[in-house]
Design a protein around this ligand. Sequence first.
Ligand code: FES
Length: 322
Amino acid sequence: MSTPAPPEPMWLRVASIDEIATGIFRYDLRRPDGGGLPPFTAGAHVTVWLPNGGTRCFSLANNPLERDRYEIAVKREDPGRGGSKSLVDGVRRGDALPVSAPDNWFALAPDVSEFLFVAGGIGITPIMAMMRHLNSTSAARYKLYYLTRSPSLTPFIAELQAPEFEGKVLLHHDHGDLDRAFDLWPLFERPTATHVYCCGPQSLMDAVRDMTGHWPTSAIHFESFTNALAAPRVDDTPFAVRLAKSGDVVTVPAGTSIIEALRAHGCRVPSSCESGTCGTCRTGLLAGEADHRDLVLTDEERAHNIMVCVSRARSAELVLDL
Ligand code: FES
């Protein structure tokens, strides 16, 4: 299979930045000339090129009927690859930011009359777009169960308490106390015609996945830009990648991904999620034994492909079709 074409960035102006919960910032992105942006559907995301040289996907939270702006929300986090920290610390109001056209891996199913949304923390962003879309264009019914630690850590809390969401939103704060965790089981005990959309921490999505094992799989939808397999490990070791077309050999240190090492070497591979979940950085693997850490490739595909944003090597060298 050929490598997908890289997304084409647009340079958008950061029209405003607001802290909408502790450590969580809303960015309003617009074309510098105020013109229309590529359309999107509820549940879509964009890829943002970050000041640290990486990229990251962010869900769009605004109503898709708004054609002149994209709204994203970013939680400043230190762990991981530092993408959100780079954006929050390095981008100011008025800056120009490279942003891809929207893509959607989490779209609302058509012809569905009832939706159940389960969100945790910053996972509310695509669901905000869904609810805003449904409020303005659809007779479909929905209910949101939004689970956060406390009101101050609840982005969009003011909007969710507005009249347009009355009776459609249940906010629950556990204050970090497991004994106060919301019991989701009554929602899923008996399968219905409802479609379930869940976005939030991995633990929340795992819980919903476990509780909906007896539901039709086509009715259960998850959005995740995270991949627990991709986290750096203490026993990660350096290895080499040989680029078959140029013969160059690039060292990949522990704590650095293949794609980061390639980037530092001046070799650009298209990427989007950089978490092993989207498939954009698929690269041909010609020799060597890979340590696959993506959530994309099938066992069959892994024999000849590698997702270079997260996977590493079990052998001293990998030969890539680059
Ligand atoms: S960039 Fe998404 S899987 Fe690698």
